[in-house]
Ligand binder design. Structure first.
Ligand code: COA
Length: 277
C-alpha cells in the first residue's frame, strides 16, 4: 500500500469524523503562491492513492497555505489556493521531457479519487491551480479569490484536463473566453457561472468545508462512491447509456448491507450505522 506522503510542502492532516476521518491536504509553498512543483505533484499523487486505499478516509479537502508575514521592507505575498504548475519547471523542456510528467499527472490522480473531494479556495486559483480545483467534486471560495487559465500567456494551453473539466462546469462559451483570453474572473463571477458552489468569508471557509465534508462522511462509504461514479457517468456517456448505468448501479445497491441498514433506519426512525458493505 502507498504510504501517506510526508513532505514539508504538502501538509496532510486527518480530522476524525464519525467512524472515519476527513483528510485536509494543504499545499505549503506560500512564498511561491503554492505553485505545484515536481515534489508537490508527486506527493499529491501519492496522497490520492493512499486516501483511496485507506478505508478510514472518507473525504479529502485540498487547500493552499496562507502567506506568512512579509519580510521587512517587502510587500506581503497575496493569498493563493494554487497559482498554477511551477512555471520554472517548464523552462528548457521539450515535448519528449514533458510528456511523461503529463501522462501520469496529478490532476488525473485527484480526479480519479473514488471518494468525495473538496477544494477550499482562498486567493489565486490559476492554471494548474484552477485545474486542481475543477478536478475536485465541490469548490468553495472566498470573495477575494481569483480564477483563470493564463497558460495562453505562456504560449501554452491547460494540460491538466482544464479545457475539458472547465467546459463541463461553466459551459462552452465561458470556457472558450477563459482559455483563449487568459484573463481572470473573481469569486462572484465564478459563483454566477457555476465554477464554485459557495462563496464564504475567509474566517468561515474551513468551517463550511468541514460542515460539507462531515455530511458526506456521515453517508455510507460504499454508497457515496457509487453516487460519485453515477454522476461522473453523465460526463462520459450519452444520456441513454448514462441512465442505463445509473439504473444498474441503483439495482446493484439492493444487494448491499448498507441499503438494508439505511431503509430500516428510516422506517424505524434511528440513525443508520453503516458497514460500508
Ligand atoms: N510558478 C512559479 N512561481 C510562481 C507562480 C507559478 N505558477 N505563481 C507565482 N509564483 C511566484 C512568483 O514568481 C513570485 O516569486 P518570487 O517572490 O520568488 O519572485 C511569487 O510567487 C509571488 O508572485 P508575484 O508574481 O510576485 O505576485 P503578484 O501579487 O505580483 O502576482 C499573480 C500574483 C498570481 C498574478 C502572478 O504571480 C502570476 O501571474 N502567476 C503565474 C500564474 C500562471 O501563469 N499560472 C499558470 C501556470 S500553469
Amino acid at each position: 500500500m502507498v504510504k501517506k506522503p510526508d513532505i514539508d510542502e504538502l501538509t496532510v492532516e486527518e480530522v476524525p469524523s464519525g467512524t472515519g476521518v476527513v483528510v485536509i491536504a494543504t499545499v505549503n509553498r506560500p512564498e511561491k503562491l503554492n505553485a505545484l512543483n515536481h515534489e508537490v505533484k508527486e506527493a499529491i499523487k501519492a496522497l490520492a492513492t493512499w486516501a483511496d486505499d485507506a478505508d478510514h478516509v472518507r473525504v479529502i479537502i485540498f487547500q493552499g497555505a496562507k502567506p506568512g508575514p512579509a519580510p521587512e521592507g517587502k510587500r506581503p505575498k497575496p493569498n493563493a489556493f494554487v497559482a498554477g504548475a511551477d512555471v520554472s519547471d517548464f523552462k528548457g523542456k521539450d515535448s519528449a521531457t514533458i510528456r511523461p510528467e503529463f501522462e501520469d499527472n496529478v490532476w488525473e490522480a485527484v480526479w480519479n479519487i473514488s471518494k468525495p473531494t473538496i477544494a477550499l479556495i482562498d486567493g489565486y486559483a490559476l492554471g494548474g491551480g484552477s485545474e486542481l480545483a475543477v478536478s475536485c467534486d465541490i469548490r468553495i471560495a472566498t470573495p477575494r479569490s481569483m480564477f483563470g487559465t493564463p497558460e495562453i500567456n505562456l504560449g501554452l494551453i491547460p494540460g491538466g484536463g482544464g479545457t475539458q473539466r472547465l467546459t463541463w462546469l461553466v459551459g462552452y462559451g465561458r470556457a472558450m473566453e477563459m482559455v483563449m483570453g487568459g484573463g481572470m474572473i473573481d469569486a462572484e463571477e465564478a459563483y454566477r457561472i457555476g465554477l464554485v458552489n459557495h462563496v464564504i468569508n475567509p474566517d468561515s471557509l474551513m468551517e463550511k468545508g468541514m460542515e460539507i465534508a462531515e455530511n458526506l462522511a456521515s453517508k455510507s462509504p460504499l454508497t457515496i462512491q457509487v453516487a460519485k461514479r453515477a454522476v461522473r457517468a453523465a460526463l462520459d456517456h450519452p444520456i441513454s447509456d448514462g441512465v442505463l448505468l445509473e439504473h444498474n448501479m441503483f439495482v446493484d445497491l439492493f444487494d448491499t448491507k448498507d441499503k438494508d441498514i439505511g431503509v430500516n433506519a428510516f422506517l424505524e426512525r434511528h440513525t443508520p450505522e453503516w458497514t460500508g458493505e
